[in-house]
Design a protein around this ligand. Structure first.
Ligand code: MN
Ligand code: MN
Ligand code: MN
Length: 277
C-alpha cells in the first residue's frame, strides 16, 4: 500500500487554526503516514505534536518555516529535523517574533497619528495569543469603519510604500540556513513557485548551502512541480512536499489531498540520520 506524507503544516502556534495535537489528529484521520509541523518562526508546537504523533502512530519530523528577507523580498525557508532549543536558531526566531510585535506597535502609532480609529488592545483581542500582524491591524481598521474592506487598509496605509508601512525584522537567507544547520536540521527553499520573488531569486538563493527544495506544494502548478524537480536534480538537492495547510476552511491548501509519497520523507530522515552519525 502506498503511504503518503505532508511536510508543511501550520498550527495555532503560528497562524494555523488547529492546535498542534489537533493537526496530528487531522493527519491521522487523513491516513497520512508521516508529517512535519512547520509553524512560522517558532518551535513552540513541536513537543506537543511529537507527543500526539507517538500516541496516534504517525511518524513525525520537527519543522519550522523561517521568514527571511533577500533584499526586501520575502523568502520562506523550511527547516526539517531541527533540534528545538538550539541557541542560534532560537535567537533568529525570537528576533523575528519579537520584532514583528514591536513592528505592530509602531504601525499602530503611525495610524493613530493620522487620527485613525485603532488601539493595540483591539488588536490583541483578535490575536488569541498569536503574534499580532498587519492582517489583525487591517481587520480592526475595517471593523472600526476606517475602510470598506480589509484589503483597502493594506492599499491605503499598510503596504510597502504607504504612509504607515514599517519594515519587518530582517533575517537573511544565509543566516537562516546557518541557524537551521546549527540546530542539526536540513534547510529547504519553501514553495519557490509561490509569488514571483523566490522563483526569480533562485539562482542567488542557491548560492547558500541549501539541502533541498520544496518541489511539491498545494499552490504549485504541474509545470512548477516538474521545473523544480528538474532543478533539484541538477543541483543535487533533496525534494520535499507539503500542503501548507493552515487548518480551518483554508481553500485549496487542505491536508491529505496531495498524495506526497512516503519516499520523500524517508530520504529526508535518512539524510538527517547520516548527518548525525
Ligand atoms: Mn501562514
Ligand atoms: Mn510560506
Ligand atoms: Mn507555510
Amino acid at each position: 500500500m502506498t503511504q503518503f506524507v505532508d511536510l508543511h503544516l501550520h498550527s495555532t502556534c503560528s497562524d494555523g487554526a488547529d492546535a498542534p495535537a489537533e493537526v496530528v489528529a487531522h493527519a491521522a484521520r487523513n491516513g497520512l503516514a508521516a508529517i512535519a509541523l512547520t509553524d512560522h518562526d517558532t518551535t513552540e508546537g513541536l513537543a506537543e505534536a511529537a507527543e500526539a504523533a507517538r500516541e496516534m502512530g504517525i511518524e513525525f519530523l520537527n519543522g519550522v518555516e523561517v521568514s527571511t528577507l533577500y533584499g526586501h523580498h520575502s523568502i520562506h525557508i523550511l527547516g526539517y529535523g531541527i533540534e528545538p532549543g538550539c541557541p542560534e536558531l532560537e535567537a533568529i526566531l525570537h528576533k523575528l517574533r519579537d520584532g514583528r510585535e514591536r513592528r505592530t506597535e509602531k504601525i499602530v502609532e503611525k495610524l493613530q497619528e493620522r487620527g485613525l480609529p485603532i488601539t493595540m488592545d483591539e488588536i490583541l483581542a483578535l490575536t488569541d495569543g498569536d503574534a499580532p500582524g498587519r492582517l489583525h491591524i487591517a481587520r480592526v481598521l475595517h471593523d472600526n469603519g476606517a475602510c470598506k474592506t480589509v484589503q483597502e487598509a493594506f492599499d491605503k496605509w499598510l503596504k510597502f510604500g504607504k504612509s504607515c508601512f514599517v519594515p519587518i525584522p530582517k533575517v537573511s537567507c544565509e543566516r537562516a540556513v546557518e541557524a537551521i544547520h546549527a540546530a542539526n536540521g536540513l534547510a529547504f527553499i519553501a514553495h519557490p513557485g509561490l509569488g514571483n520573488a523566490t522563483r526569480k531569486l533562485l539562482p542567488h538563493l542557491l548560492a547558500s548551502p541549501f539541502d533541498g527544495i520544496e518541489v511539491i506544494h498545494s499552490k504549485h502548478s504541474q509545470a512548477d512541480t516538474v521545473e523544480f524537480k528538474v532543478l533539484a536534480q541538477e543541483q543535487g538537492l533533496m525534494i520535499s512536499g507539503g500542503s501548507d495547510c493552515h487548518g480551518g476552511a483554508n481553500g485549496p491548501r487542505l491536508m491529505g489531498g496531495m498524495k506526497i509519497p512516503y519516499a520523500i520523507y524517508e530520504a529526508i530522515t535518512e539524510a538527517l540520520a547520516a548527518k548525525r552519525s
